[in-house]
Design a binder for this molecule. Structure first.
Ligand code: KG4
Ligand code: ZN
Length: 347
């Protein structure tokens, strides 16, 4: 089977995503988001997300099939995010995928959410170079991975030791009075601000830290530094220059991410960097990575912003790759594993 037709289901957080792909071709990417229901809480409320998935699941599957012009029985396989993510939210997707697999008598692939963020790039730029250095930056994760064959495993080179990059964007946005999720709002506010207005700290970049944490990240100190700076400004009675603080904070995050990603690629002799996860939608991160990678002769691949944030197409993309490479499907009693390690790409 050369070009497998796969339906993928994603429910690890607040997006109910159903994607349909044929090999590397995207046919449908239907999404229902409960983000507005969480906005007033300043973060995703797991129970609210699970209920929203339950309500959105069938209509989203129907919408994806309609857009792709396929019937569920036409697909070669079902793939689903088995983890990591919110336990209750994952359960809804896994249960739906099992129901489809049993009802249609199709194989099921329970795949890793993070590996799917990498595989999605194949829908836009074709087969992933092997090896490839993946910088995964989302609301829950920030890691550097060496990827040889995305269907068999990834090799973690480094990760955040505290907050994820997206989490830092969301928390700092809150401090600045910007809505949730904060990443896109900081990105927009930063356009009119100065990157050098405040020299915020760059976590784990001192010589001592580099010895132990060369490819690891830390963003919690940066978040605290922004909070202190904003509090001091408020106490002084002067207005907080939101655009400048947003731009300076964004620069601190992007500076560290890109510096370490390029260093990891050079150190491991890898000449392609792919950026995945919600924060890959950040405009400054894209530009700075391109700039620094080009200086070392490294090519950069970033999916378009709509494919960087959580979606079903990425899960279908990884599922299609599993089928194309003849990987054995998951057992029908596959679990939803909220803490599925990044090294386990297929359950
Ligand atoms: O991958 P994703 O959709 O969900 C997770 O698996 O976490 O990532 C969501 C994260 C949020 O923290 C959001 O603020 C961030 O991605 N994000 C951005 C941008 N767009 C989304 N961060 C910075 N700049 C953006 N343009
Ligand atoms: Zn994600």
């Amino acid at each position: 089977m050369n070009e497998p037709l796969v339906l993928g289901i994603e429910t690890s957080c607040d997006e109910t995503g159903v994607g349909i792909v044929r090999g590397h071709t995207l046919l449908a990417d239907a999404i229902a988001s409960s983000v507005e229901e969480h906005a007033r809480f300043g973060g995703v409320v797991p129970e609210v997300a699970s209920r929203a998935h339950l309500e959105a699941m069938v209509p989203t599957i129907e919408r994806a099939c309609e857009t792709a012009g396929v019937k569920p029985r036409d697909v070669d396989a079902i793939s689903v995010t088995s983890g990591p993510g919110l336990a209750g939210a994952l359960l809804v997707g896994v249960a739906a995928a099992k129901a489809l697999a049993v009802g249609l008598d199709k194989p099921i692939y329970g795949v890793n959410h993070l590996a799917s963020h990498v595989a999605v790039d194949q829908l836009e730029h074709g087969a992933l170079p092997e090896p490839c250095l993946a910088m995964l930056v989302s609301g829950g994760h920030s890691s550097l991975l060496r990827v040889e064959d995305i269907t068999t495993g990834v090799d973690p080179l480094g990760a955040t030791i505290d907050d994820a990059a997206g989490e830092a964007f969301d928390k700092v946005a809150r401090l600045l009075g910007l809505p949730f999720p904060g990443g896109p709002h900081i990105d927009r506010a930063a356009e009119s601000g100065s990157k050098v207005y405040v020299d915020f700290p760059r976590g784990l970049t001192s010589r001592r830290d580099i010895e132990r944490h060369r490819f690891d990240f830390s963003f919690s100190g940066l978040k605290t530094a922004v909070a202190r700076w904003v509090e001091a400004r408020e106490r002084s009675g002067e207005p907080v220059p939101v655009a400048d603080v947003a731009a300076s904070f964004q620069e601190a995050v992007c500076d560290v991410l890109t510096r370490k990603a390029v260093d990891a690629a050079v150190t491991h002799g890898i000449d392609h960097i792919m950026i995945g996860g919600g924060v890959a939608a950040n405009s400054r991160l894209r530009v700075l990575t391109e700039e620094r990678a080009a200086a070392k002769g490294i090519r950069v691949r970033v999916p378009r912003p709509g494919l960087c944030t959580d979606n079903g197409a990425m899960v279908a993309a990884l599922g299609a790759e599993m089928v194309a490479r003849g990987r054995r499907p998951s057992p029908l009693d596959l679990p939803a594993d909220s803490s599925q390690p990044v090294t386990s790409v297929l359950v």
